[in-house]
Design a protein around this ligand. Sequence first.
Ligand code: NG1
Ligand code: ZN
Length: 528
Amino acid sequence: MDFEKVAKYSALHPKPAGLTLQYGTAGFRSKAEHLDHIMYRMGLLAVLRSKKTKSTIGVMVTASHNPEEDNGVKLVDPLGEMLISAWEEYATCLTNAEEQEIQNILTEICQKEAVNLHQDASIFIGRDTRPSSEKLSQSVIDGVSSLGGQYHDYGLVTTPQLHYMVCCQNTQEHYGKATVEGYYQKLSKAFGELTKQASSCGDDQRSLKIDCANGIGALKLKEMERYLPKKLLIHVYNDGIKEKLNHLCGADFVKVYQKPPLGLEIKPNERCCSFDGDADRIVYYYNDTAGHFHLLDGDKIATLISTFIKELLTKIGKTLEMAVVQTAYANGSSTRYLEETMKVPVHCTKTGVKHLHHKAQEFDIGVYFEANGHGTVLFSKAAEEKIRQLAKEEKDNQKREAAKMLENIIDLINQTVGDAISDMLVIEAILALKGLTVQQWDAIYEDLPNRQLKVKVADRRVIDTTAAETRAVTPPGLQEKIDELVKKYRLSRAFVRPSGTEDVVRVYAEADTQVSAETICPYSSCIV
Ligand code: NG1
Ligand code: ZN
C-alpha cells in the first residue's frame, strides 16, 4: 500500500472534529457537509473489499428519501447485495478514526481479512441527483485512486441500477449487460414478453402516473421510455426540474403521511405510484370517488406478486417452495391473508433490507417487501434452472406458457435489491395479465388501521429488542406495560424499537379501529 499517497489525499478530506457516525442499515447518512472524509475513506475500503472478494464492488452516493441537504454512501457487495456485517464494522471504524490512525486501521483490516494487496481492485460508482452528490463521488474516486484501484464512474443512476451493474460484472454478464442500456433492454424485453401474453385478455393501453420524488427515478424513466412497449403509458411527475428532492413527495412521504404527494393531481380511481429519492422503493395509491385516499404499500405489493407466482406454480405443477418475508411493520391483515387464505408461509425478520434478503434466500422463491415499499423476489439457482427448462421443453401448452411467464418475471425483477422501476413493471404486468384495476387489487384484503410515531429520547440504545424487534427486553418493565395496554383493544399489536437510521425510537400500533390504533400509539410512546 502506498501510505504516503493515502496520507497526502487523506489530508485533503479531513474529518470534522468530534464527529462520529455509524454504518447502519442504510450505510452512512448525515448532512452533506459532514461526509467528505467518509466518501474518501469508503473509496479506500471499497478497494480492500474488492481485493478481498476478487470482484467488482459498488459505491453508491445517496441518502434516499432524506432531505436534499443530506447525503450518504453505501457499499455494494459482489452479487449486488448489501455489504456484509463484518465489513460494516470496518467501515464504522475507518470513518471515525483520526487521520493518523488510518494507516494502522487499513493494515489491520488487511491482516484480519488476509487481503492480497497485489490483487487488482475494481469499483463501480454511482450517485443520485442531490447537488452535493457529484463532489462527494469525486471524493470516493480520490479514495479509490489513492490505493491504486480502477473505477468506472456511472454518474447519475438509481441505487438498484448500480446494484444490477455490479452483479452483471461479477457474473461475467450472465445476469445482464453491465450498462444502463443493458438494464433497460433486459427489463423492457421481459416486460414486453410478459404483457404480450396479456393481449389475449383484450386489454388496451394502460396509463400510470408516477411521482418521482424530484429524484433520479424521473431521469431514468425518461431514458427508459423509448425501450418500453407503447402499451404502457407512463406520466412522470415531480421530475426535479422545479422542486426540491423528496419535498412533500415520494414514497416515504406518501407512506408516512398516508396522503398523496404534492405536484400530482389525482382523478378519482386513477392508478398512481411514488418512487423514493433513489428509486429503490415504490408505493401505489388512488383516490376513490368519495375522495378517500387508498394506499397500496409493500404488503399489498408482496401479496399481489406472491399470489400471482403461486398461481403460476400451481399451473406448472412443480413443487417449488415459496415464502413471503416481512418485518414487524407489515400490516397484520396482510400476514393473515397470506397465511390463512393463500396458505403461503410468512416469515418475520428485523427491519432493514439485508435481513429480509438473507431470509428470502432460504427458499426456492422468496418474496420480500418492507411495508414502506422496498422489496423484490429472489429465485434460487435451482428454481431458475427448472423454470427455464420447463419454458423451453415442456410439451403441455398451458404449463409451458405458465413457465414462460415465470421466466419473464425472473428477468423483469431486479433480484439484487428492491427496485422501483422493476417492481413497477412487474406490478403493471400482473395487473394487465389478471385484468385487475387498482381498486380490485386493493380489495384483496383490508388493512388494519395503524399508527406510527417517532419519539426523541436521550439514548435510544437503552431499548433492546428480541423476536424480530416485536418485543422489548430492556428497559425492564416496558414490554409488560405495552402488553397490558394492547390487551384492551381488539386485533391490536404494538411494538417499540430504536431506529437504525435516525436518532429516534419508533412506535408502531395497529388495532381494529383507527381510534384504537391512535390511542395505543401515543400511550406507548409515553411509556417509552
Ligand atoms: P429505521 O430507521 O431503522 O426504522 C428505516 C425504515 C426501514 C428501512 C431503513 C433503511 C421504517 C419503519 N424503517 O429504518 O424500513 O427502509 O430505514 O434501510 O420504515
Ligand atoms: Zn431509497
